[in-house]
Design a protein around this ligand. Structure first.
Ligand code: SAM
Length: 264
């Protein structure tokens, strides 16, 4: 279609549906003062709209072929920096410094390469300079897992919701992409929140212990994985209004925060 062979290995499924481009752009609620970091601009379906609407676009792309195409097709725009590199390897602060941009208040917009969705989201949420918000196209099932609520929580949902509020904006048919992927997608918006005042490492240690065998009761998992007496852990849970017989998937983020504080 574009006289180019898409790389499966790089998760190249290009957006070809104009309506979905419009929906992503609308969800990002763009202002003329915005600085946008686009991950994986590919052939520029989103980039071409972004450059018209914001102050500055940084398009970070691993495939040098795409960078070349973009440099040509966007040569008339002065507000775009096309950077060739691996998004998982760059340092956010360094990137902005090199481009002489202030790092405050940037947004991430991306039709993410599916094979590294979770590590990319984690990278930006855990960063010291996290974005103001992220508008992302991800696989539908991943979007649902990220936005899950109790009693259907999972580790991915907790690792996003610990830092941010995720929301599904719209579902997207797999026919909106070329080549057509195996599964449908969704547009999600992730807005980082004020950080919880809790030891992050301990929080995730306890959450992972709780989910170690997701079908098993919370008290069993916690006592086994954290090497604590089961009776003690059960009474501690009860004291904090958490039934020891629950499964980890039924707990709210606030429950896990409470547990981190009392297990300290
Ligand atoms: N934004 C384009 C669109 O919507 O049509 C392309 C999206 S495609 C799903 C994902 C893009 O991410 C591809 O262009 C691919 O080359 C790029 N990519 C894959 N892995 C990457 C990485 N580690 N760092 C930066 N870009 C990457």
């Amino acid at each position: 279609m574009f006289n180019i062979k898409p790389s499966k290995h790089l998760g190249q499924n290009f957006l070809i549906d104009r309506n979905i481009v419009k929906k992503v752009i609308k969800a990002a609620n763009l202002k003329s003062t915005d600085i946008i970091l686009e991950i994986g601009p590919g052939l520029g379906a989103l980039t071409k709209e972004l450059v018209k609407k914001v102050k500055q676009v940084i398009a970070y792309e691993k495939d040098p072929r795409m960078c070349q195409i973009l440099k040509k097709s966007l040569k008339n725009y002065k507000n775009i920096e096309i950077v060739n590199g691996d998004v998982l390897k760059f340092e956010i602060i360094k990137l902005f410094k090199n481009l002489k941009l202030k790092i405050i208040n940037y947004k991430v917009v991306s039709n993410l390469p599916f094979y590294i969705t979770a590590p990319i989201i984690r990278k930006f949420l855990e960063a010291k300079n996290s974005p103001k918000e992220m508008v992302l196209l991800v696989q539908k099932e991943v979007a649902q897992r990220i936005c899950a609520r109790p009693p259907d929580m999972n580790l991915l949902a907790i690792s996003v919701q610990f830092y941010a509020k995720p929301e599904i904006i719209s579902y997207v048919s797999k026919k909106s992409f070329w080549p057509i992927p195996k599964v449908d997608s969704a547009i999600i918006k992730i807005v980082p929140q004020k950080k919880y005042n809790v030891n992050k490492d301990l929080f995730f240690k306890i959450v992972k212990a709780g989910f170690s065998q997701p079908r098993k009761q919370l008290a069993n998992n916690l006592s086994k994985m954290l090497k604590l007496n089961k009776q003690e852990i059960s009474s501690l849970l009860l004291k904090n209004n958490i039934k020891p017989t629950l499964r980890a998937e039924a707990l709210t983020i606030k429950d896990w925060i409470l547990l981190t504080k009392v297990l300290k």
